[in-house]
Design a protein around this ligand. Structure first.
Ligand SMILES: [Zn+2]
Length: 233
């Protein structure tokens, strides 16, 4: 197997979630020489209110948008799982798919959506966060969780930390994105089908205000914020 290890794996439910959640930090990591890869779980083919746009067309558009954003941020590779939008479930198959990627790319850090955000929260985000946490511990770590993977040469792997974005009720980790905010914004703007001017005219203002709020109490101006889980065992 010839997969190059990554330092950071970002697992995003839809194309564009990672740009909202972690793009400013991704730029910092990439600039510091870290290999960042994206895993995009769904094709986002329900993300429109345009009745004339066919889901398959939208999926293609969103893949191109995601690739453009990732390139701008310095992401090394984007893996598209291409599940249908709004279709994810916490199944043994999906969990195994994520475990396989963790064992292949062997990241120190995984970044994904917080599954425990309360009340209204996109089901795909809830499922992805939950499945990633389970995949990290114990399934990716345990030798005999998947005997067939051992036969393929996919050894167990221990992830060091998981960062959960959109963890508004339970933030314990903030990263300074003051210097990289403009690239984050530009990467978000690559998602024209989602945040094009008539769809989200206040994007910059909204994003800046939110980043400022997340930096409250810190000695920097703009932040991305997470719930950080360190895996000790
Ligand atoms: Zn999403």
């Amino acid at each position: 197997m010839t997969v190059k290890k990554a330092h950071v794996m970002v697992v995003t439910p839809h194309p564009d979630d990672a740009e909202f959640g972690v793009a400013g930090s991704v730029v910092h990591w990439a600039r510091a020489g870290k290999d960042v890869i994206y895993v995009v779980c769904t094709n986002g083919d329900k993300g429109t209110s345009d009745i004339n746009l066919k889901p398959a067309e939208l999926a293609q558009i969103r893949e191109q948008e995601q690739l453009a954003a990732a390139k701008l941020l310095g992401v090394r590779e984007v893996v598209f799982l291409r599940h249908e939008d709004q279709s994810l479930e916490d199944t043994p198959e999906f969990r195994k798919e994520i475990v396989r990627l963790i064992r292949m790319y062997r990241p120190e850090t995984i970044v994904t959506a917080d599954p425990y955000r309360r009340y209204i929260w996109h089901r795909d985000h809830r499922i992805v966060g939950q499945v990633v946490l389970d995949a990290v511990f114990p399934y990716a770590r345990d030798l005999f969780a998947y005997p067939d993977m051992l036969e393929e040469g996919l050894q167990p792997h221990k992830v060091k930390e998981v960062l959960l974005w959109a963890s508004l009720e339970d933030i314990n980790y903030r990263l300074d994105v003051t210097d990289t905010f403009d690239i984050k914004l530009a990467a978000l703007r690559c998602h024209e089908s989602q945040v094009g001017n008539n769809r989200f005219p206040q994007l910059e203002e909204w994003l800046r205000q939110r980043a400022r709020q997340l930096a409250e109490g810190e000695d920097f101006e703009l932040a991305e914020a997470f719930h950080r889980v360190e895996i000790l065992r």
